[in-house]
Structure formats: structure tokens, C-alpha cells
Design a protein around this ligand. Structure first.
Ligand code: THU
Length: 134
């Protein structure tokens, strides 16, 4: 599927809408993610922190869970939106979890504060995922 600039901007907008729902009272770093799948549907997620810090779930993995919960399987583009000054790339754990479903997903990383953004393919920042053939 060809990922148009229009599709990427729509994803960023969907993520911006739910950014206020991010639960991040400990780090105060708010993150929202929106996933466009091959089927054309969009799934959303935010980071969910916990007083037991290690239990925190990132926005990207929340969105991947929503995608799987709803019976979809292939993310083609993923927006990662934060309120930090600079766009943030997915953490290592999220890279591995996204790669399970599409190691060549397009990522758009966007700062809600400065409107700076970066577009990269997951394979550029995670070239050797651990994937077991099914
Ligand atoms: N975080 C994400 O949601 N996604 C990432 O890829 C990086 C980190 C969240 C987790 C935590 O709530 C906060 O950012 C600070 O680490």
C-alpha cells in the first residue's frame, strides 16, 4: 500500500486528538500513537504509566494491542506524537513489537509542541528484528 502524505497527516491528527488521554503523571511525557492498517482502519493508543514504574506501557504497544484486539494484523503506517520539543522514535521494545507485524512499517514521529516531524521506515532504525517464521 502506498502511504500518502495525506494519510500520514491524518494519522498524526488522530493521535493529537487522544494525546490529552495519555496517563503520564510520573514522567510527564505524554505520547499518543495511531496505526493505519492495510485494511484502511485506524487504531489508537496512549502511554499508561503506573506507580510501579516498570509496568508502564508505551503508546505504540497500546495501539498494537487495540489493532490485534479488533482482529487486524498489518500496520502499514504508525504515528507517534509527543508533547516534547522534538519527535521521539519508538523505544526498543516497541520496535520489536511493531516488527512482529510489519518490519517495514512507515513511522511518522511528531512533536505537538514544535510541529517538527521525522518520517522513517522501521527497517531503517530496526534493521535486524527477531522474527520466527510461522
Ligand atoms: N514512551 C512511549 O509511550 N513510547 C515510546 O516509544 C517511548 C516512551 C512513554 C513511556 C513513558 O510513559 C514515557 O514515555 C517516558 O518514558
Amino acid at each position: 500500500m502506498e502511504i500518502s502524505r495525506e494519510n500520514l497527516l491524518k494519522l498524526v491528527n488522530e493521535a493529537l486528538k487522544i494525546l490529552p488521554n495519555s496517563y503520564a503523571p510520573y514522567s510527564n511525557i505524554h505520547v499518543a500513537s495511531a496505526i493505519l492498517t492495510e485494511s484502511g482502519r485506524i487504531y489508537l493508543g496512549v502511554n499508561v504509566e503506573n506507580s510501579s514504574y516498570g509496568l508502564t506501557i508505551c503508546a505504540e504497544r497500546s495501539a498494537i494491542s487495540a489493532m490485534i484486539t479488533n482482529g487486524d494484523r498489518k500496520p502499514v503506517a504508525i504515528a507517534i506524537v509527543t508533547d516534547l520539543e522534538e519527535p521521539i522514535p519508538p523505544c526498543g521494545a516497541c520496535r520489536q513489537v511493531i516488527a512482529e507485524f510489519n518490519p517495514e512499517a512507515v513511522l511518522i514521529m511528531y512533536s505537538a509542541k514544535t510541529h517538527n516531524y521525522i518520517v522513517k521506515n522501521l527497517k531503517e532504525i530496526f534493521p535486524q528484528p527477531f522474527i520466527v517464521k510461522k
